[in-house]
Ligand binder design. Sequence first.
Ligand code: HAM
Length: 507
Amino acid sequence: MPAIANPSLLILLHHHHHHHLRPRRFATALLPQTLLSLLSSSIRAPALRAHSTSSSAQTQPLSTDNARTGRSGSISSPPVQPDIAQKIDINPPKGTRDFPPEDMRLRNWLFNNFKEVSQLYGFEEVDFPVLESEALFIRKAGEEIREQLYCFEDRGNRRVALRPELTPSLARLVIQKGKSVPLPLKWFAVGQCWRYERMTRGRRREHYQWNMDIIGVPDVTAEAELISSIVTFFKRIGITASDVGFKVSSRKVLQEVLRGYSVPDHLFGRVCVIIDKMEKIPIDDIKKELRSAELSEEVIEELLQVLSVKSLEKLEEKLGTVGEALVDLKQLFSLAEKYGYADWIQFDASVVRGLAYYTGIVFEGFDREGKLRAICGGGRYDHLLSTFGGDNIPACGFGFGDAVIVELLKEKGLLPELSPQVENIVCSLDQDLRGTAAAVASILRQKGQSVDLVLENKPLKWVFKRAARINAQRLILVGSAEWQKGMVGVKILTSGEQYEVKVDELE
Ligand code: HAM
């Protein structure tokens, strides 16, 4: 530890011990150019002070007065046209969210887990515009998602929509890439989606969705891999197989029943969409809708019976033959054993999902207490690319929202405690040294250390309070007596240890 040359700073520091702060590691970094060379231009340079940056004056003409006083919270109305001021609603539009820092920390934590898991599985990140042409989302199957579309005409008279999901955009991009990309593609994305939904717990008008999709693999090995990645995600954030599970089925079960009764294939998507509403609307209404899709009473009864099946053995009995549906499902369950997540999944024929484009395996993540809506959902959509005019490329994937999972983490007491993180707080003890404090901050930042620089003249007590609030690990005080020797005062806030050190020896 460097020698203590002058006690004045240390006496000041001594009165403020903050032992409750958590310790952290300090990065050791390269020595920068010497402090004095860096400082020589800035010691007396008021340009370092916030108020004289001309760019902010240009971009925010109304706030220059305020910026010059360096005070916040004292915005005075502009002198011209004072009566145009009007009160705005300070809430975001219904069903949408702001992300203040504490919420943004949670969101970043969640998204980092999404991204890290995707990368763990070798997926590459992609993104698409939030605004797409409306036609991309119009399917004729009577899906709920169509009714919930945020769509409008833009200034160029084009019909556009805020995307309600990412899958159509992904299909569009795959087709656009054409033969230039070798298959399979393993892509993931985290993006905001918009649906004009009735608001319930975990359902909003805007949500972020994590998607992982595999394009070009016809085998259920792809679905098995996707479910494995979600299981890995759950485990990472502390959720176990006793908290959640996946209900798995295949739309081929319904398809086999429909084909058995010679129902034309073009009705398939529509029938699936109707059946998906079983839990939401009365069974008589479901039957009515199925009748209007030209299904006979006999087919309807048979469909409803098959949907109640909860085991593969029963399903085999019911279908009488081992068709594609059973082959796929059996292979998926045997792969689940190999992966080691068999206890997370169960067969449930009632899972159909509400999107028209699924063709094979479908699955949904659910909480075992049954309190929340689906946590995530996905499946195989082998014909979506061809319906958009692309080649007939098999594909499957899932969407995982950012809302229900947070509700679940709350229920289970698993929400992480995330505090702001900054390594240093740097403060000058008198006004004349503010530029110097800025230079000290610059040196630390060049070494990769984060710094919260105190930008105003504040009493030390205030600085300590702020340090605790932002969770700073170290306080660097710039005082004139020490500064004359090129030194600053340091207090390690986690241990209370304090000393003086030459600026270029700061690590
Ligand atoms: P989805 O089931 O409509 O599927 O949505 C997937 C997930 O997004 C849901 O399970 C839920 O976590 C979340 N979600 C959906 N709507 C809302 C909402 N209004 N508020 C909050 N969260 C919501 C799809 O969107 C498919 N495109 C997923 C997919 C990708 N299939 C294949 N690849």
